[in-house]
Design a protein around this ligand. Structure first.
Ligand SMILES: NC(=O)c1ccc[n+]([C@@H]2O[C@H](COP(=O)([O-])OP(=O)(O)OC[C@H]3O[C@@H](n4cnc5c(N)ncnc54)[C@H](O)[C@@H]3O)[C@@H](O)[C@H]2O)c1
Length: 341
């Protein structure tokens, strides 16, 4: 097998992005895409060269030629699609989070395990070269035992009310990337979570039962402690910075900017704002994420982000929600035992 035949389910923001990356890869044949509004995407699909467009994702699962699928539909559709796709023997790439319910995530992962198909979760930031280097630096012991982790993760503008209402909340929708990054950078599981949240940007978040600003502190099994700050609106653009401070040094990743030009005048020094949002900041990471998924199928390697990784991030998100609601630190063990995962 020298090329993988792929189908995509869901052609919104992220489905289209993956499609446009996959059609450029020589080891991939992007055969089909499905969306509830197939009529709206036909012209775009023709233009980029996807032969089959359908409004029923089952048509993709029933296509015997298709070996792998991407699940890019809204989160509340993921679990039934994963279960059906695994039964149909398709390798699966599923966007984050796997689901909003830990019990359902567990059920999906069991279906995957039973059939032995590959299953990768869409934590795209792990494929960013700078964050990967920070991870490798810690993993190779170059800065010694990690003591502190600091992640700043702020969006340039808030999503719509419609999006927020269906998003699962800031901890599941947005901070979940940071929870995964925290495990990836520190190289240890999270044991305890304490979260604070506030509505400071738009009362719409409160109307949806959500927050727009949060600080989450984490205690890791290896003794390190971490803090993540999230905001839904940073007026200067997508603010994505990390630092791991350790016994023998520290590693930091700063914001990426469209250019490195610095304009100095009598008034001061002017730099570009950070790259605007995730599509710009993680553009190359999204390409690498797909390339690695395809490689894991063709070369029969382990996928780089597993179902276990997906579940761990969701456990932290659930603990953060509970901690915020009950105003107390919450252990991951408590969440695991309540959800029986
Ligand atoms: N990795 C990332 O950085 C990242 C970024 C954005 C979104 N996501 C995740 O990707 C998923 C989709 O998010 P989005 O922002 O692209 O949403 P979106 O609303 O832009 O797109 C979802 C698309 O799925 C379609 N759809 C709905 N039900 C379907 C079904 N049963 N079969 C086929 N298509 C169906 C909708 O018509 C829509 O076009 C979510 O799980 C989200 O959390 C991940």
């Amino acid at each position: 097998m020298s090329r993988v035949k792929v189908g995509i389910i869901g052609a919104g923001r992220i489905g289209k992005l993956h499609a446009e990356n996959l059609v450029k890869m020589h080891r991939v044949e992007l055969k089909a895409i499905s969306d509830l509004f197939a009529g709206h995407i036909r012209e775009w699909a023709d233009r980029i060269g996807i032969p089959v467009v359908t409004d029923h994702y089952q048509n993709i699962l029933h296509d015997k030629e298709i070996q792998a699928i991407l699940i890019c539909s809204p989160t509340d559709t993921h679990v039934p699609i994963i279960t059906e796709a695994a039964k149909a023997g398709k390798h699966i790439f599923c966007e984050k989070p796997i689901s909003f319910q830990l019990e359902q995530t567990k059920q999906a992962l069991e279906a995957v395990k039973e059939t032995g198909v590959k299953f990768q979760v869409g934590f795209c930031r792990r494929f960013d070269q700078s964050l990967k280097k920070a991870h490798q630096t810690v993993k190779e012991g170059k800065i010694g035992q990690p003591h502190l982790l600091r992640i700043t993760s702020r969006d340039p503008h808030p999503p719509t009310k419609e999006y927020v209402a269906a998003s699962g909340g800031l901890f599941f929708d947005m901070a979940i990337h940071d929870f995964d990054m925290a495990r990836y950078l520190v190289g240890s599981e999270v044991e305890e979570v304490f979260a604070q949240g506030a509505v400071l940007i738009d009362p719409m978040f409160a109307e949806c039962g959500d927050v727009d600003t949060a600080v989450t502190t984490l205690k890791f099994s290896n003794g390190a402690i971490g803090v993540i700050d999230n905001s839904r609106k940073a007026v200067y653009g997508y603010d994505q910075r990390v630092e791991v401070f350790a016994a023998n040094g520290c590693v930091t990743v700063e914001n990426a900017r469209p250019t490195t030009a610095a304009i100095s005048t009598a008034e001061g020094v002017l730099l570009d704002k950070p790259k605007y949002f995730f599509l710009e900041r993680y553009n190359e990471a999204f390409v690498q994420e797909m390339a690695d998924f395809i490689e894991s199928i063709l070369d029969d390697k382990e996928v780089p982000v597993t179902g276990h990784d997906g579940l761990q991030a969701e456990l932290i998100a659930r603990a953060a929600q509970k901690s915020f609601a009950e105003k107390r630190p919450v252990k991951i063990a408590e969440i695991m035992s309540a959800a029986q995962v």
